[in-house]
Design a protein around this ligand. Structure first.
Ligand code: DP6
Length: 331
């Protein structure tokens, strides 16, 4: 008698997030424990949909990303799936099919939504009941920023103190509807970046003369952002977010060889946003490890901000979104 292979599947959506207080640097590379905490917002309109199908007849995992099989990214995905398999008690390999509705690998946090969706889909498919804190720890092992993408609205990632990373997890601070903000993303380049965040921050830690101070002076920024969010104080959140962004990029730029993630249009957008803010428009900028500029504003300012950044030469497209929810089960 032959038994048919076990086949379990699930499909989920996880949204991208952008950090307002940035994560840059690791306390432990093997366990992917961040050297600093971070605070982010989850973006409603930028997401990864991932379907996982565990299949006993497979002898290796398979990954299809945006319609193309990506053997080059399989190792990182399989290592994260191995952690889920170990906890869920299975050795089955999986088909992973993932689609991003935004450019992959260009500073729009595709690894954040990607690994959040991966652990969300894998645990759902295996019917492994994983509490949110533990799920965020699994996502962190795939990508630090992914721990935050499991939750909606404003989210804090704790760096933790434990050597095993058991207190390095993310949790929600404030739900999206409790303080609606708009985010306009100026896309200035669509190709994948040359140096990803992980290798970039490792190099900064090794070579930037400013890295030690970046880590030392980071905790007050978390306190300031947490307080600003609790008080819905836009101006205070704007100040600390822009400062954290520029300090992170100062660490990156002072790396050897230097990591300059910006192009001319990035700088022009940044200046446009600063000029608007100086004119009293409630808006601030943030930039991750890539050339896109995210302008965060109060919803009433969205059209002014869009007009201002859309007309910057070199801006190819402006995406507009609000803040969104955490992980969603699709099927
Ligand atoms: C600049 O989460 O991509 O976007 O943990 O190595 O996967 P790994 O790094 P990743 O780093 C994100 C860095 C950042 C800032 C942030 O999102 O906090």
């Amino acid at each position: 008698m032959t038994s048919s292979p076990k086949l379990v599947q699930a499909k989920v959506r996880a949204r991208s997030n952008i950090a307002l207080v940035k994560y840059w640097g690791k306390a432990d590379a093997a366990l992917n424990i961040p050297a600093v905490g971070s605070i982010s917002i989850t973006l409603d309109g930028l997401w990864t949909d991932t379907e996982i199908r565990f299949d006993d007849s497979l002898n290796a995992d398979r990954l299809v990303l945006n319609g193309t099989e990506r053997a080059d990214q399989l190792d990182r995905v399989s290592r994260c799936l191995d952690l889920v398999r170990a906890q869920a008690g299975t050795e089955s390999k999986a088909w992973v099919t993932s689609e991003n509705n935004f450019p992959t690998g260009a500073g729009l946090a595709s690894s954040a939504s990607g690994f959040a969706a991966l652990v969300g889909a894998a645990t759902a498919a295996l019917e492994f009941d994983c509490p949110p804190r533990e799920l965020s720890i699994l996502a962190r092992r795939g990508s630090g920023s992914a721990a935050r993408s499991l939750f909606g609205g404003f989210v804090e990632m704790h760096k933790g103190e434990a050597a095993d990373g058991s207190d390095s997890f993310a949790e929600p601070l404030l739900a999206a509807p409790d303080w609606p903000l708009s985010v306009l993303v100026a896309i200035t380049e669509k190709s994948e970046k040359a140096v990803g965040s992980g290798p970039g921050m490792a190099l900064s830690a090794q070579t930037s003369p400013f890295y030690k101070d970046w880590v030392t002076f980071h905790p007050p920024d978390l306190d300031a952002a947490r307080d600003a969010i609790a008080a819905r104080d836009f101006s205070a959140l704007a100040d600390v977010s822009e400062w954290s962004c520029l300090k992170m990029h100062a660490s990156a730029m002072s790396t050897v060889p230097p990591l300059l993630y910006w192009n001319g249009a990035t700088v022009d957008c940044l200046n446009r946003v600063r000029a608007l803010r100086a004119d009293g428009v409630p808006v601030f900028f943030t930039i991750d490890a890539g050339p896109q500029v995210k302008a965060v504003c109060l919803p009433g300012a969205e059209e002014d901000v869009r007009r201002a950044i859309e007309s910057v030469p070199g801006v190819r497209e402006v995406l507009a979104t609000g803040l969104g929810p955490g992980l969603e089960r699709l099927e």
